[in-house]
Design a binder for this molecule. Structure first.
Ligand code: SAM
Ligand code: SF4
Ligand code: SF4
Length: 279
C-alpha cells in the first residue's frame, strides 16, 4: 500500500475561543452511494457552495496559525472542485496558515490533484476513503485514478493519506456493510471529533452525525460569536463524557449507535445561545 494512515491529533483543543480543527461540509452530494456512508452520500444528495460568509465564520472560529486545520469533506469535494479551490484561495488570502485536508473518494483524481496544487502555501493534502482505495467494502476506484494518486504520493510523500478502516454505526451505518469482519466497529467511547460548519450556516457537533438534526448537535450558527460556538462544543464533549458514554456502557451499545438510535432517551446538553457577532 502506497498510502499511509495519519496519526490522530489531540482532540477537543480550544484556545482563545478558537478550535484547533474544523470540518467544512457543503452537503452529501456524491458520485458514489456507499452502503456504509455516515452522511447518506448519493448523486441525488444536497449541495450548496461555500461563500465568503461561511469562510469568514471559519476564519473566526479556527486557529489561524500552523497548528490549525480545516478539513473539507462531504459528499464528494471533487464534484465542485472550482468552489473548493476558490475557498482555499480565500482562506489563504485571509491569513489561514494551517493545514488543509480534502477527504475524497479519489475517483476524480485529476480534480483532486488540481485542488492540492492550488494551495499557495502547498499545505493541502488528501485523505482517501479506505474502502474505495482498497476495494474492501465498496467497488474500488478506477485503476487509472488509483495509479495517478499513487504516483503523486510517491513523488511527494505525505500528500495523500488513506483514511481509517473503522466503520461506525451512523447514517447508513454498519448493518449493510460487507467489508472485512475484522475491521473494528464497536466501542462505547466517542472519538471526540472536531465540529462541522455546514453551508446551511450551522455548526454541528459531529462530522459522522452531520445529517442528524437532533438538538443535541446544534452548536450555533454563523451569526453566533465564536465564543458561544466553542463554548457549546466544550459543553457537547462534556455531555458525551458524563451522559452519553455512561449510557453506552450501561446499555452495552457502540457510541455512535447511541447518537443514531437512542438520543430520545438522553436530554440534550444545555447550550448557550444568541450572543451575536459584533458587526
Ligand atoms: C463521508 S466521506 C466524504 C468524503 C469522500 N466522499 C470520501 O468518501 O472520502 C468521509 C470519510 O468518512 C468515511 N466514512 C463514511 N461512512 C463511514 C462510517 N459509517 N464509519 C466510518 N467512516 C465512514 C469515509 O470512508 C471517508 O473516509
Ligand atoms: S463514503 Fe464518501 S464516497 Fe461513499 S457515499 Fe459517502 S460521501 Fe460518497
Ligand atoms: S458517538 Fe456520536 S458524537 Fe461521537 S462520533 Fe459517534 S455519532 Fe459522533
Amino acid at each position: 500500500m502506497v498510502f499511509k494512515e495519519r496519526a490522530s491529533r489531540a482532540r477537543g483543543v480550544v484556545a482563545d475561543n478558537r478550535l484547533m480543527e474544523l470540518h467544512l461540509y457543503p452537503g452529501n452530494q456524491c458520485n458514489r452511494d456507499c452502503d456504509f456512508c455516515t452522511v447518506f452520500g448519493t448523486p441525488k444528495g444536497w449541495y450548496t457552495d461555500y461563500t465568503a460568509e461561511h469562510l469568514d465564520a471559519t476564519l473566526n472560529s479556527v486557529m489561524l496559525h500552523a497548528a490549525g486545520a480545516i478539513k473539507f469533506y462531504g459528499g464528494e469535494p471533487t464534484l465542485n472542485h472550482d468552489n473548493v479551490m476558490w475557498a482555499i484561495t480565500y482562506l489563504r488570502e485571509h491569513g489561514f496558515q494551517g493545514a488543509i485536508v480534502i477527504y475524497s473518494n479519489g475517483i476524480q483524481a485529476d480534480r483532486l490533484l488540481a485542488i492540492l496544487a492550488s494551495d499557495p502555501l502547498d499545505k493541502t493534502t488528501a485523505s482517501l476513503n479506505y474502502s474505495i482505495a482498497t476495494g474492501d467494502g465498496a467497488p474500488q476506484m478506477p485503476l487509472s485514478s488509483l495509479r495517478k494518486l499513487e504516483a503523486h504520493e510517491q513523488a511527494q510523500p505525505g500528500t495523500i493519506a488513506i483514511g481509517h478502516p473503522d466503520i461506525v454505526d451512523s447514517g447508513r451505518g454498519v448493518d449493510p456493510f460487507t467489508g472485512e469482519e475484522t475491521r473494528p466497529k464497536d466501542t462505547h467511547r466517542c472519538p471526540h471529533c472536531y465540529p462541522v460548519l455546514k453551508t446551511d450556516g450551522t455548526f454541528h457537533a459531529c462530522p459522522f452525525a452531520v445529517e442528524n438534526a437532533d438538538p443535541h448537535f446544534q452548536l450555533g450558527t454563523v451569526q453566533d460569536s465564536p465564543k458561544i460556538v466553542t463554548q457549546n462544543f466544550q459543553t457537547f464533549l462534556n455531555w458525551i463524557d458524563t451522559v452519553h458514554e455512561p449510557y453506552a456502557i450501561a446499555n452495552d451499545l457502540p457510541a455512535c449507535t447511541v447518537c443514531w438510535k437512542h438520543l430520545e432517551d438522553l436530554a440534550p446538553p444545555t447550550y448557550a445561545q444568541s450572543e451575536k457577532v459584533q458587526a
